[in-house]
Design a protein around this ligand. Sequence first.
Ligand SMILES: *[C@@H]1O[C@H](CO)[C@@H](O)[C@H](O)[C@H]1NC(C)=O
Ligand SMILES: *[C@@H]1O[C@H](CO)[C@@H](O)[C@H](O)[C@H]1NC(C)=O
Length: 198
Amino acid sequence: MIVFPIGSFSSSPIAAVISGVLVLLSCFQATLGAPCPINGLPIVRNISDLPQDNYGRPGLSHITVAGALLHGMKEVEIWLQTFAPGSETPIHRHSCEEIFVVLKGSGTLYLAETHESFPGKPIEFPVFANSTLTIPINDAHQVKNTGHEDLQVLVIISRPPIKVFTYDDWFMPHTAARLKFPYYWDEQCLQESQKDEL
Ligand SMILES: *[C@@H]1O[C@H](CO)[C@@H](O)[C@H](O)[C@H]1NC(C)=O
Ligand SMILES: *[C@@H]1O[C@H](CO)[C@@H](O)[C@H](O)[C@H]1NC(C)=O
């Protein structure tokens, strides 16, 4: 092992190379981390300036207003989502509290009490502007825009980042449900935070 006296180390060519590499690495990380700033959130933000995407789901617009992986939130995550007429969430469940606040439009909430081995035929609830939907923990559900204008909802969930189990239909066994983690809008951030740990 080579021991450098502190004084000479800082002025040595090796130190220069190491600090050069460190500067390069931190630039690289800054570039990689740009879409996922784990630095908390500004006090006031303009929603119109936040990035939105459909994450490959036709008719969806998703904005993570405040996220665990995106912004380092610990207890809650908030999404603003807009569903075009006819579009819907997958049938899914998760073990967190979830409240929807319907800001605009109308639609249908399909909710199945979790039966022993599969969700089963869901109950249909009409949802409308200024309504709230409370999703019981772990019950399979789906929200669909069954109206004629955009359905816009604010979604508040606890214990993020959530693990989501998706179903092809209401009679698919719970054991066959697919775990989707990280969820679509968190995929990029989780990959980046794993890279950072290497
Ligand atoms: C919010 O952002 C939108 C789009 O950039 C802009 O038109 C609007 O004026 C902003 N609102 C305020 C209060 O700055
Ligand atoms: C929602 O309900 C509240 C309480 O009655 C009311 O003040 C508000 O104007 C309503 N908003 C809409 C969009 O209907």
